[in-house]
Design a binder for this molecule. Structure first.
Ligand SMILES: Nc1ncnc2c1ncn2[C@@H]1O[C@H](COP(=O)(O)OP(=O)(O)O)[C@@H](O)[C@H]1O
Ligand SMILES: O=C(CO)[C@@H](O)[C@H](O)COP(=O)(O)O
Length: 533
């Protein structure tokens, strides 16, 4: 049944690597509006490529914080022009690319509190950030700080037991330590540190939003069992950090009403609630309504693989985050840096820049690629830690090139073999009934999903939107209002459309890829020996 034209809406936003996106749903969980702002082409004055600036050392990767602020101005204006009625929004939530940090300058809280509706956020917040270029998840420049943190807490595994992950360069605590050591004055001039998710929530609240447990798990600072900051990690990272971070809160918390700025400038209702924002992968778990036993594969700027887990078993590879929709549960995640941008490079070099030609190459080449396989780590990979491009023929001999069509398949098969290999090392096994839920920009490509299905030997499902992050945040906004009366997330979203089957494995897939996986693991070992990062 269609919802009444003035019925309540729930808004989800996603501040991801390459764009800001929004989706609104009605009380029947139907998507009624979608919009986006692409950073590179719609905000060219910030001169980003893929939403980021890669610095000369090739390790430091940042994004201008004012670009995200301006993107929000632009997005809300676009939505208004499209006739979106903000007064109907009962609750909103959102997500951000994980791990990135926003440093608010002393005095920023007062500015946030007194935003004048005649001016844009971008004009009002020009002077509010002590660091103009925020470190983001692609950064790998804090190796020293990672070593120091692990040494301080008693080793990599001990750190993983506390925070869910060994030290990773992109994790916020290590970025904060780097800033504090290299730009002490700037650190002293900072009154608050947000994640990108809690920064975005702060804009809507007109005051500092708490970091939520789930995104907070990507900092190497939160004790994922007690769900509070780990004293030993804070002390090893930087002085007075507890004051700068504020107390973390559950991902389903109502953090307050939207600020009067949004009421007066955009027509939001004064009672519109702002729910905790979270990380984009946790939001995606909510958007896909992931269940235990499913495996999610997100094909955004990064590729990620994640699972719902009940008990944390931290390891030296991968991450455990607090679950964003169930306070007793967790999620396990693997992140692969060379995802869509690497597929785009090979599309440009081997398929004339056309996804259609790229897809045709996948259709026209056989499962297993006649033994040709590749490792494409254009930038320093996270899982595994390696860099460079390595191609092998069926005899395991390294070759310097492959024909364009074979290269396309070598890339996509290689990427998914890697996703499966590392997921299995994390304890994941494909059993009858396993569903692979795919999302992210590249999940609109059926041929890529067919290779995913073949390599995992499991059916692949997608939801209607390739953008499950916004949908997940809209669901979380709706659930947040009901959570106070004890309703579970799954109760609230039980009538959402079911994921649709989009690919089933070829009958020969298991035979081809079980063997190839063993071979891939051996070749990866040899690549790792060659590519000491
Ligand atoms: N038809 C397609 N085939 C493969 N990849 C695609 C296709 N359309 C878009 N993409 C990829 O989707 C990526 C963006 O995914 P998205 O999930 O929106 O990223 P993010 O949320 O990280 O900003 C682009 O970098 C692009 O390479
Ligand atoms: O670092 C991670 C997860 O640990 C990345 O997955 C970021 O969260 C960026 O996400 P996308 O913009 O690629 O969706």
């Amino acid at each position: 049944m269609a919802a009444a034209p003035d019925s309540p809406l729930y808004l989800g936003l996603d501040f991801s690597t390459q764009q800001l996106k929004a989706a609104a749903i009605d009380g029947n969980l139907r998507v009624v509006h979608q919009d986006s702002v692409q950073f590179d082409c719609e905000l060219p004055e910030f001169r980003t490529q893929g939403g980021v600036h890669i610095q000369e050392d090739k390790l430091t990767v940042t994004s201008p914080v004012l670009m995200w602020v301006k993107a929000l101005d632009l997005l809300l204006d676009k939505m208004k022009r499209a006739g979106f009625d903000f007064s109907r929004v009962r609750a909103l939530s959102g997500s951000g690319q994980q791990h990135g940090a926003v440093f608010w300058r002393r005095g920023a809280s007062q500015t946030l509190n007194q935003l004048h509706p005649d001016q844009s956020l971008h004009q009002l917040l020009q002077g509010s950030f002590s660091v103009a270029d925020s470190p983001v998840w692609m950064d790998s420049s804090s190796t020293q700080q990672c070593h120091d943190l692990q040494a301080a807490v008693g080793g990599a595994l001990k750190l993983a037991e506390i925070t869910g992950s060994r030290a990773y360069e992109r994790f916020t605590g290590n970025q904060i330590a780097k800033l504090c050591q290299s730009r002490t004055e700037v650190y002293r001039d900072t009154e608050r540190i947000s994640l990108i998710s809690s920064f975005a929530a702060s804009l809507f609240l007109g005051g500092y939003a708490a970091i939520d447990f789930s995104d907070g798990s990507g900092m190497n600072l939160l004790d994922i069992r007690t769900r509070s900051w780990s004293k030993v990690c804070l002390e090893a990272t930087a002085p007075h950090l507890d004051c700068l971070l504020g107390s973390p809160l559950p991902s389903s918390s109502v953090q307050g009403p939207v600020s009067s700025y949004f009421v007066r400038r955009h027509g939001f209702s004064e009672s519109c609630a702002v729910l905790s924002f979270t990380g984009d992968n946790p939001a995606s778990l909510a958007g896909m309504r992931l269940q235990q036993g499913d495996i999610a594969v997100s094909l955004g700027t990064s590729d990620t693989v994640f699972l719902w887990i009940q008990q944390p078993r931290p390891a030296l590879e991968g991450h455990i985050f607090c679950n964003p929709v169930d306070r007793q549960a967790y999620m396990a995640l693997l992140c692969f840096k060379n995802g869509s941008l690497t597929r785009e490079r090979i599309r440009n070099e081997c398929a004339g820049g056309s996804w259609e030609t790229f897809s045709a190459a996948l259709r026209d080449t056989p499962l297993g690629n006649n033994g040709n396989v590749g490792f494409y780590f254009d930038t320093v990979e996270i899982t595994p830690s390696a860099v460079g491009v390595y191609r092998f023929d069926s005899e395991d001999s390294e070759v310097s090139s492959l024909s364009p069509q074979v290269e396309v398949r070598a890339l996509v098969e290689g990427q998914f073999l890697s996703r499966r290999l590392h997921a299995e090392r994390l304890g994941y096994s494909i059993i009858p009934g396993t569903r692979v839920l795919a999302t992210g920009g590249a999940s609109s490509n059926k041929e890529i999903l067919q290779v995913l299905s073949d390599v995992f030997n499991a059916p692949v499902y997608t939801i209607d939107l390739s953008n499950s992050t916004c949908l997940g945040s809209a669901y979380r906004a709706l659930h947040g209002l009901a959570a106070e009366s004890g309703a579970s997330f799954f109760d609230v979203v039980k009538n959402a459309p079911e994921p649709q089957l989009v690919a089933t494995p070829h009958p020969a897939a298991q035979q081809v890829y079980d063997h190839m996986l063993e071979r891939y693991a051996r070749l990866e070992d040899s690549v790792l020996r060659k590519s000491c990062t």
